[in-house]
Design a binder for this molecule. Structure first.
Ligand code: ASP
Length: 364
């Protein structure tokens, strides 16, 4: 079944189509009020969420459909040890489409392989968050009127910030994009995104630790939260948590046309004083998220009716290499095949299809 696990599952044409549908939904919501009558969306949230879960639910209600699900792992059978694959099979009996958030990287992919309904990745650990990226693309498009010829600054936790990983992957599809990576040394962008997305696609990028120096050239400033829940040590989080705080003084250094995005929740990284600046687009971004999720649900349900399937993994190595990433779903899911795909045949680089980790691979 066609699912959305990673933003690159969709072509640029498909992204454009979703943007157009989302714009039409926001202008003519009445046209879509019964589009999902009789359909059910299951929201499976094994990790906390406010916007993502509620915007999925609002999206399905506004399409005339219904919603069932849970908002924390402790209220699901996962707390009794149920596997992700079993949960997905069972939910397929009750719903027409599911959105899953999970702390383990690759869990929604495992669900998609077992489910007989479309699965939407609503955030998997520090890996990716494709539906946030759909909201980000719509926001950039609506605010600036284009998705090419942009300088985008990503600031904060670029290591664990799944929204940034997905945004950079999506932007690699558009022309003349420059990415400015603003992060403390400890939270720099993972190498797999740097080498296999930015460099492989010939994208222009620079890394810096200074927000002030980066701001003047930016069209988009994408702020992110330093995510306490991803740190192994609380002390390390405390040391890094206030690395960047966007204030009106720093905003004054930006172009009048610059836009500030943030996937939210905000903790300390944007002063509330910035909210009144018309360039602060993060609350409009949250509204765009609902319209994009409506467009996505419509697309995947239509494709399910047409019997469209997920693309097979090319150059896959099954059970020949083992993933040693403790955050990967392979570390907890029983009897899961360890699957790697070749991303660089010359240097023989393989990546785990669940978490994209290269790390130390041990031949079985
Ligand atoms: N809401 C975003 C996410 O789920 C960003 C965040 O939590 O900081 O990744």
């Amino acid at each position: 079944m066609r699912s959305l696990i990673d933003i690159v599952d969709f072509s640029v044409e498909e992204l454009d189509e979703l943007l157009q549908t989302a714009c039409d939904i926001s202008e003519h919501p009445e046209k879509y009020a019964n589009a999902c009558r009789g359909k059910k969306l299951a929201t499976l949230f094994f990790e906390p969420s406010t916007r993502t879960r509620l915007s999925f639910e609002a999206a399905m209600y506004e399409l005339g459909g219904n919603v069932l699900g849970f908002s924390e792992a402790s209220s699901s059978s996962a707390s009794k040890g149920e596997s992700v694959a079993d949960t997905a099979k069972m939910i397929s009996c009750y719903a027409d489409i599911m959105a899953m958030r999970h702390p383990k990287e690759g869990a929604p992919y495992v669900a998609a392989k077992s489910a007989s309904i479309p699965v939407i990745n609503a955030g998997d650990g520090g890996h990716c968050h494709p539906t946030q990226t759909l909201a980000d693309l719509l926001t950039i498009y609506r605010e600036l009127g284009r998705l090419d010829n942009l300088t985008i600054g990503c600031c904060g936790d670029l290591k664990y910030g799944r929204t940034v990983h997905s945004l950079i992957s999506a932007m690699s599809r558009y022309k003349n994009i420059k990415v400015v990576l603003i992060a403390p040394d400890e939270l720099r962008l993972p190498k797999y995104v740097k080498y296999e997305v930015l460099e492989k696609n010939g994208m222009d990028y620079v890394e810096t630790t200074s927000l002030e120096e980066a701001i003047p050239e930016l069209d988009v400033l994408y702020m992110t939260r330093i995510q306490q829940e991803r740190f192994d040590s609380f002390g390390e989080y405390e040391r890094l948590k206030d690395s960047y705080v966007l204030t009106p003084e720093k905003m004054a250094l930006g172009k009048p046309t610059m836009r500030v995005l943030h996937p939210l929740p905000r903790v300390n990284e944007i002063s509330v004083k910035v909210d009144a600046d018309p360039r602060a687009a993060y609350f409009r971004q949250a509204l765009n998220a609902k319209h994009m999720r409506m467009a996505l649900i419509l697309k995947l349900l239509k494709e399910a009716e047409e019997g469209r399937q997920m693309n097979p993994v090319e150059n896959a190595l099954v059970n020949k290499l083992r993933c040693d990433n403790p955050r990967c779903i392979t570390s907890t899911e029983q009897e899961l095949e360890h699957i790697f795909r070749c991303v660089d045949s010359e240097r023989e680089i393989y990546r785990c299809i669940y978490c994209e980790s290269k790390k130390v691979l041990t031949l079985v």
